[in-house]
Design a protein around this ligand. Structure first.
Ligand SMILES: [Zn+2]
Ligand SMILES: [Zn+2]
Length: 322
């Protein structure tokens, strides 16, 4: 048989999987508004979502952190946040489903790894004393879901640096914490993700390969490097065992910082092989971006072999056709 013939046969075998088994739904559960680092009010996002034909919209404000920063909601506003999202759920019932979530930062145990490790070297000066549990187990009662993400590394004069901030800050993490080694930096990043997934088994993992946001044109590393692929591959069993849903996040595309979704298509194929469920999120910080690059993302997800996505409904997680 010719190669072409084989390809057609393979395609035919795959056809039944491409039959949608459930209805399509338009959803996004990764939304930031003005209470953290987004623009406009929560209600503006609900109205925009209705106009765009969404079935469900979840809010995932950055959860408060025990140190001053420029991206999370302050702890004093948490109750008002919950009350406002619940009010919107009631006010727009019948037109759109509204869910209350958070995007919670995973803070590695390196920040405060127990009394023995609380030395000047392990806990940067000026950082409050807290444990990883204080960020991840702090609020969830009453939430419909949360997304767990890694943005920060313990280093620098303020005690932390953000992997997704400026290229200068990115280089500072690499240089200060990893002695200039990009490979060690990436290994550190994926070790945090694995620690997060194994310890907390979060319902949703945010932007799995955020470390590529500051890597335009593969300036710092190639995703094709064997060492990088091995790092990502090594993470897959932990995600599968945790039962965590991986989000496909179009936020990097919408901000013009990446040329594809998080995680990259080759990672989605690995996730598919391990039967790890996906959801599609925009990580919108402005209402217009609620469905930014969704068509492109759906095509990438289908190409990776998926036929369904996870969606959150009032009764819990369900599947919907892509
Ligand atoms: Zn994030
Ligand atoms: Zn986010």
């Amino acid at each position: 048989m010719t190669r072409t013939g084989l390809a057609i046969l393979d395609y035919a075998r795959k056809l039944p999987e491409y039959e949608p088994r459930t209805k399509k739904m338009k959803t996004n559960y990764h939304t930031h508004h003005a209470i953290c680092d987004g623009k406009d009010e929560a209600e503006d996002y609900v109205r925009a979502a209705i106009e765009k034909g969404f079935d469900a919209l979840g809010f995932s404000s950055h959860a408060p952190l025990p140190f001053a920063n420029r991206w999370t909601m302050p702890k004093e506003k948490f109750s008002a946040y919950c009350a406002e999202i619940r009010r919107l759920r009631e006010a727009y019932a019948g037109r759109i489903e509204v869910y209350l979530g958070l995007e919670i930062d995973f803070i590695s145990g390196e920040f405060a790894a127990g009394p023995k490790a609380r030395t000047a070297q392990r806990r940067p000066a000026g950082l409050p004393d807290f444990s990883p549990e204080s960020s991840l187990s702090w609020p969830p009662a009453g939430l419909d879901y949360y997304i767990a993400s890694v943005h920060v590394f313990p280093c620098g004069p303020n005690g932390y640096r953000e992997v997704d901030h400026t290229p200068e800050e990115y280089e500072a993490i690499r240089d200060e914490k990893y002695g200039g080694g990009m490979r060690a930096f990436a290994a550190g990043y994926y070790a945090y993700i694995e620690e997060l997934v194994r310890r907390f088994r979060p319902p949703v993992l945010g932007h799995l390969d955020l470390i590529k946001k500051n890597n335009p044109g593969e300036k710092y590393f190639s995703e094709n490097s064997a060492w990088y692929k091995d790092l990502v591959r090594g993470l897959i069993p932990a995600i599968a065992e945790a039962g965590t849903i991986v989000e496909v996040n179009t936020g990097g595309l919408a901000r013009g910082r990446t040329t594809t979704v998080y995680p990259s298509p080759w990672i989605l194929r690995l996730l598919r092989e391990a039967d790890i469920p996906l959801m599609l999120n925009s990580d919108a910080h402005v209402p217009e971006n609620l469905d930014a690059f969704f068509d492109m993302a759906r095509a990438i997800i289908r190409e990776a072999g998926y036929t369904q996505l996870r969606v959150l409904r009032a009764g819990g997680w369900e599947t919907a056709a892509i």
